[in-house]
Design a protein around this ligand. Sequence first.
Ligand code: SF4
Length: 306
Amino acid sequence: MKSADSLSLNRFVHTFGDSLREKYGENVYKISLSGNFTCPNRDGTLGRGGCTFCSVASFAGSPARKSLREQLLENRNPRARLFLAYFQAYTSTYAEFAVLKKCYDEALASPEVIGLCVGTRPDCVSDEILGLLEDYGKQGFEVWLELGLQSSFDETLERINRRHTFADYVRTAVRARERGIRVCAHIIVGLPGEGLMHSLTTLGRVLDTGADALKLHQLHIVRGSQMEREYRRGEIAALSLEEYARIAALMIQHTPENVLYERVGASALSGMLVAPDWAAKRWPVINAITAILAREGGQGSRVRCA
Ligand code: SF4
């Protein structure tokens, strides 16, 4: 259940939701859609096992057996008027250009859809796709590229079998932003071998590269992932709620206020979570982070000197 504190996170954090409300004068909701894409780290192009934290069953809305229009109608908040089509599952820029364009066009054809959020790997974004996203932006759509970075440490990326590097992320984020496409970086806190220093360093590198928004979430160990086996063998551990909230709060405090936070923590899909058990619900982590920010200072309160 929400507490009063959970409602006040945006007193201390510049949230994505607030920025959309300021811009459009009302709430704008994301609708998760599946375009039935796959992933090069699963189909054999880069690898077959996937990232060690990933379980395809944990993607909301996948696999899609329904048309995009049906998904839009089913997944929308009935009380809302404006939406962003969110292609989240797998690698949503990983298909033939014509297939991607048809998919994005179809989502944007709905009059209530004002834009597009495309989630993908940093090594799967061609110039052609960037050109398409740039064109949507020029037509007045709200366009976001969500890049799964997770960590800026190549040794961590290798350990979790991401099969891309931090340099891939930098190249794509810079190319996208040069075209006016806004970039949201996904960062996971608590990856194997990482601590506070790694999270703050990744944050600093992402900010130095240039980012418009961030999504933070704690490492979830989910059923069916390689990490589930590592966890059960005792090779990796999950952060406590207090440890995660402390790191996330410090990251927020070190983030300038012009960078939006789309997420500061996450909950796992019901039935998928192995650890940490506190991640079964969304609000405890938001409340814990909000309490620290209220006590010690909010977003930007510890921004580095140039
Ligand atoms: S997290 Fe993304 S890139 Fe990694 S295996 Fe899963 S779908 Fe592929």
